[in-house]
Write a protein that binds this ligand. Structure first.
Ligand code: ATP
Ligand code: MG
Length: 595
């Protein structure tokens, strides 16, 4: 039986980069050793260089003409063809094994003439084995050897952030589910995972392990209503919900009005807050109805000659968002007069009223017990909101944002993240702070709210978490199909990179720039990966590996529908369906049973 594993020898060493000439007497590119077929020179496969008591391991990065050393290339040009049909390949050193222990990095380098061997199953077991069971999670199999499971170091994953990148349909959401299930299976009683889910695709696949907060929740399915009270939004985010261009001075005017109302809340409700510290950005309740009414009234007022008497016809109603009626201003210099100090913001105020009545914005402006009355008092405060999101008995909380109007998704998810991060920041010394109980945040479709070069609340917050989160125990998993749209600094902060199939070369270029230099050629493999297969590199794994993720038993909802199957079914009676569709559409609902 063939036990011959030697395939060539080193002809050049350049730092970490090793050039190898394959042996002339290598009988085949697919030798059979111990009954197992191996393939020599697969990009991404490992090779072994035995050096006495230790073995060095490297990853094949190049094979063929480009792997021919430069010197030989020159000789070739001069017509020197002693090369025969020799083959060359390059590899990058990645680790070293002594006994049964495998470590990343190498303590010595090989020299020319050293022999290079194929890596057998036994070697692979040493490379991938030895993971601390307690601290690692299993997410799939190593591609080159299905019998080996692929593990990720959980601590590194949480504390050093992670990015899951891949074209659409490459298996990103599936790998998130596999990852989260693996964590939830581990019986970590206090694990805290928050999934920001813009398409509501995770509800079913994480059932039993998660609480779902959703707009128009279906209580019979155990879903809870998602509220994001408007008053928790920073000033700028709140104002940007409404349309209408505001001059800087008008913005200042609104800001001071909101500040005034927030301070009023503090005073009236005897809140334990220093007045001087309150700003328009503070998460303090105030009545939006009162805000609207006061400003609206100021714009509409008309006065008599004495500049005091108001020519009021009918007082409006802040609760019902009805404006007050005044006698229209007289023509020329006749009574009554308009308010000379009015700001000309009736257009803006109109859009405030419309948005406050729009059912799609109920989650902000009719936020149940979080909605302030006219004097700014709420039944429940932010702490109750945070308990729901962060203090769940279940390990995973899904914030399903599928019902949020798309034009504000970015700003809403940004605000959510900001509320959560601020909470953990200020709670850092408490037992619920991130240091005591780390939080892992999964950001699906991260590119939508993390555009490169954009100065939005979401980009700013994610950048802060990427840079500082580690200190406060907040970890990120960024999931995106468009790495090229992602802010580069954030991508480079991700310690672990899971790159699934990626067809677009621009996106691959982006991944390349965020990945360790020597491994960049591996990125060229990405277009050819199978669905659910990816290259995991970085701190979370021992060694960059090509991994086939498990398939989750409950795949996320976005699973591709099988057209061939669906189209074969009998046509259904559809006359009523289009009527229903129209009703749903006009009422901005996705399901009939929803309120
Ligand atoms: N490891 C896997 N093994 C087998 N099938 C898989 C695997 N991962 C994903 N799939 C299948 O591939 C399809 C797409 O997967 P998934 O929804 O996870 O992709 P995605 O990258 O999240 O796509 P999108 O960008 O559209 O959200 C699904 O039908 C899923 O069942
Ligand atoms: Mg997906």
């Amino acid at each position: 039986m063939n036990k011959q594993t030697e395939i060539g020898e080193i002809i050049n060493v350049n730092g970490n980069l090793i050039s190898i000439q394959l042996s002339d007497n290598l009988k085949s590119n697919m030798p059979v050793i111990d009954g197992i077929v191996y393939r020599v020179g697969q990009i991404g496969s490992f090779l072994k260089i035995p050096l006495g008591y230790a073995n060095l391991y490297g990853i094949v990065t190049q094979i063929g003409a480009n792997a021919i050393p430069d010197k030989l290339k020159e000789l070739l040009k001069e017509g020197y063809d002693k090369l025969g049909n020799r083959q060359y390949l390059n590899l990058v050193l990645v680790g070293e094994q002594t006994g049964v222990k495998f470590d990343r990095g190498v303590s010595q380098s090989p020299t020319t003439g050293d022999k290079v061997h194929l890596v057998t199953i036994n070697d692979l077991e040493i490379i991938y084995g030895g993971f601390d069971e307690k601290n690692s999670i299993t997410v799939g199999n190593i591609s080159v050897s299905e019998s080996l499971s692929a593990k990720i170091d959980l601590n590194k994953l949480v504390s050093r952030h992670c990015a899951i990148l891949g074209s659409t349909g490459s298996g990103k959401s599936n790998s998130v589910v596999v990852l989260l299930n693996a964590i939830a299976n581990k019986e970590f009683k206090s694990s805290r995972i928050l999934v920001i889910d813009p398409h509501g695709e995770y509800n079913d696949s994480l059932k039993g392990r998660s609480n779902v907060y959703k707009i128009n929740a279906n209580a019979s399915l155990g879903e809870k209503e998602l509220f994001i009270p408007f008053w928790a939004l920073p000033f700028h985010e709140l104002i940007s919900i409404f349309s209408g261009n505001l001059s800087d001075s008008n913005q200042d005017y609104l800001r001071s009005k909101i500040l005034e109302l927030k301070i009023e809340t503090v005073v009236k409700n005897k809140m334990q807050v220093e007045k001087e510290i309150v700003s328009a950005d503070s998460p303090i309740p105030f009545s939006m109805n009162q805000f609207w009414f006061d400003l609206d009234d100021y714009e509409r007022k008309t006065y008599g000659k004495d500049k005091v008497t108001e020519w009021l016809i009918k007082k409006g109603d802040p609760e019902k968002l009805i404006s007050s009626e005044y006698t229209p201003a007289g023509i020329g210099s006749s009574e009554p007069y308009l308010n000379n100090n009015r700001k000309g913001i009736l257009g803006f105020l109109d859009s405030v009223r419309v948005k406050m009545k729009d059912s799609r914005y109920r989650f902000m402006f009719k936020s149940g017990d979080f909605n302030p009355n006219l004097s700014g008092k709420t039944k429940k405060d932010l702490n109750e909101l945070l308990i729901g999101w962060l203090g769940n008995e279940k390990p995973i909380t899904i914030l399903d944002l599928s019902g949020v109007p798309s034009e504000i998704t970015s700003s809403i998810s940004g605000t959510l993240l900001k509320i959560i991060y601020d909470a953990l920041f200020w709670g850092q010394n408490l037992s619920i702070g991130g240091k005591q109980q780390p939080l892992l945040i999964i950001l699906e479709e991260a590119h939508t709210y993390l555009k490169a070069g954009e100065n939005s609340v979401s980009s700013r917050t994610v950048q802060t978490i990427a840079k500082e989160g580690r200190k406060y125990g907040v970890g990120l998993v960024l999931v995106t199909q468009r790495p090229s749209e992602l802010d580069e600094t954030v991508l480079s902060q991700c310690g672990t990179m899971i790159a699934l199939r990626m067809n677009n070369s621009k996106d691959r270029g982006h991944i390349k720039s965020a990945i360790q230099d020597e491994l960049q050629t591996m990125i060229d493999l990405l277009p050819s990966l199978r669905t659910g297969e990816g290259i995991i590199s970085g701190e979370g794994v021992r060694i960059p590996s090509r991994v086939k993720f498990y398939k989750a038993s409950n795949t996320p909802k976005s699973s591709d529908p099988l057209a061939s199957e669906r189209w074969r079914e009998e046509k259904k009676d559809i006359a009523n369906e289009y009527q229903k569709l129209l009703d749903l559409w006009r009422n901005q609902k996705l399901k009939e049973n929803n309120k």
